[in-house]
Ligand binder design. Sequence first.
Ligand SMILES: *Cc1c(COP(=O)(O)O)cnc(C)c1O
Length: 473
Amino acid sequence: MRLIFEYSKAGKEGFFVEEEEGKEIIPENLLRPEIEVLPEVSEREVVSHYLRLSALNYSVDWGFYPLGSCTMKYNPKINEEVASFFTEAHPLLPEELVQGYLRVFKELEEALKEITGLDAFTLAPAAGAHGEFTGIITVRNYLEARGERREVVLIPDSAHGTNPATAALSGFRAVEIPSDEKGMIDLEKFKAALNEKVAALMITNPNTLGIFEENIKEISRLLHEVGAFLYMDGANMNALLGQVKVADLGVDVIHLNLHKTFSTPHGGGGPGSGPVGVVEKLAPYLPGPRLVESNGLLLWEEAEGRIRSFYGNFLVMVKALAYIKELGGEGLKEVSEIAVLNSRYLRKRLEKKFKVAYPTETLHEFVLSDETFRDKISTLDLAKRLLDYGFHPPTVYFPLIVHGALMIEPTETESRETLDRFAEAMEKILDEAEKDPEVVKTAPHSTPVGRLDEVGAARKPILTWTQYKEKQD
Ligand SMILES: *Cc1c(COP(=O)(O)O)cnc(C)c1O
């Protein structure tokens, strides 16, 4: 891949403007005086250059993307189409003029209540982590209103890093609970850590190992006994849709990731949505504004503690509602069944040559350790080599409790053929590790750039022409 500057040849031109005229047409803030010589290229070259650039990124539309925990699944384009109907209204329009829009909020709240069995939702949070913060702050507000002092939030060692971060940001102390040999919360250690200082346990279910927390009802009973709450990180909801209402498991608060479970492609920092659902007694402590219905009109009612400007990422909600309505209850149930089936199929195939971290049966994702290859190649080598076979690698080195972890989530949108091709590529790389480890250790070979200095790229990114020039000099 060449820079556009490298196509330049004196005298080539595309769209023609006189210099003086150009200054009038192009706004000052878009002029780049620091670039002394602009490339001279034809319009045709500009178009093909940027078209090629646009295809350099791997995406959920491009191919298999088994990034565990993230649920990077294909999302039906019809939902984008539906969202495009709703791009006009300004959030400051009077409620009477946007009843259709407010109906979308209302219907989505109702659908999420039905799916989870919880009593009230706020749709405001902009992502999962933001939802966690909102949910834990809701618990804190409840406790403060009752004059209760509780300092601790319990978090299993398999948790996503945002969980302890949320606890700390919300003014609690995160206390880690180890997993047992089955990959579940160690019940005895949990009991030992539980006391009147505990505000909540944050549980992910199924957890990041893809394992259903069998003792969740016992855990919620014990928490409730000491007046603490059960927070569920709902990022893995595509494993449970239509199978169980989390309220029946004793969950008091949940966040859902609409951009994982309900049809918004994510990654790359696009808009997300992390609705938070709660049981009745926490409902008054959810942040405002809250949607209320009065004489058939939907209205926003101010409540304390706004956590986001306006009402959240509306178009993500439209897509989620479209997805839920298309599939219906039976369809959503099928989503989780196929997600689990695909994952178990792939696990069985890979188990022949790879070691699954915990023997326990898994739901929609599973985690391999590096046990069968660590003496020849690293997890990173394997992940990079997968790029040469046309696959996005799985999540690597997470969860932290598994050595050299590869966390694989095929999702429900993949065909059996794709799963087979992926398994074959994984096995082929093991073969290569045996016969020709160098080719794996230096991968990828087919991508525009090879191994990157990832730390350098994060710490000292080169984002402007000036920085690039300085680096060259
Ligand atoms: C993705 C994820 C989060 C964070 O959600 P964001 O929407 O990325 O902020 C939290 N917990 C788990 C288990 C996740 O997979």
